[in-house]
Design a protein around this ligand. Structure first.
Ligand SMILES: [Zn+2]
Length: 203
């Protein structure tokens, strides 16, 4: 599956380089110039989907290993994955070992720096206030998440993860781009909860 995504990304990248000067003649004879911007949007979408898929894979992996809840996060620097992590609350006996916090700690260690201002984070689910705080403190420039917090709340996770943050000044003033995945990215991320809920005990 992952191989397919990588291939698609490469194909789209090469299409983009052609699309700037691509003249298209439609069947009715009208001629138009393909928009490079539209191609760029597709490449960004595909790139986001590729990394979000890895975060979702981590969510499944964490439950399969018995390490914690069904949450995954990936930190990306210049199109390269720095770390991919999952929730480690049970394994580490640590209520703060959420996927995003774990990924930020590991990425900082690996890059040997306390700022991740050139990095993006992909989270399988909307970050809770603690993780959002950690993302803010690490200066990560962009957050992409899959499932809405309500999908986790629906299977029993604490509803503070949505209510405490949205609409607050903290959320609005954070200096990072926040994108919620749509389409297939949102679907695969939200499926995680239904597919794993029988495999772990709520903590
Ligand atoms: Zn969290």
């Amino acid at each position: 599956m992952l191989g397919v995504f990588c291939l698609t990304f490469d194909v789209l990248s090469s299409l983009l380089s052609f699309s700037c000067s691509l003249v298209v003649e439609a069947k009715d004879g009208t001629i138009s110039v393909a928009s490079a911007f539209a191609g760029h949007q597709e490449v960004v979408q595909d790139r986001d989907h590729k990394f979000l898929t890895q975060a979702v894979e981590e969510a499944y992996k964490g439950v399969d290993c018995g390490d914690g809840g069904p949450f995954g996060a990936v930190v990306v620097l210049n199109d390269e994955v720095v770390v991919r992590c999952h929730n480690m609350v049970l394994k580490d006996t640590d209520p703060t070992a959420h996927a995003e916090v774990t990924a930020i700690r590991e990425a900082c260690k690996k890059l040997n720096q306390i700022e991740l201002s050139d990095c993006e984070i992909y989270a399988s689910c909307e970050p809770c206030p603690m993780c959002f705080g950690a993302i803010h403190l690490s200066r990560i420039k962009r957050l992409v998440y899959g499932a809405k917090a309500e999908a986790a709340i629906a299977i029993g996770f604490d509803d503070f993860i949505a209510d405490a943050l949205r609409g607050t000044g903290f959320y609005q003033k954070a200096h990072l781009e926040i994108k919620r995945a749509d389409g297939n990215g949102a679907i695969i991320a939200e499926e995680v909860f239904e597919k794993t809920k029988a495999k772990f005990h709520m903590y």
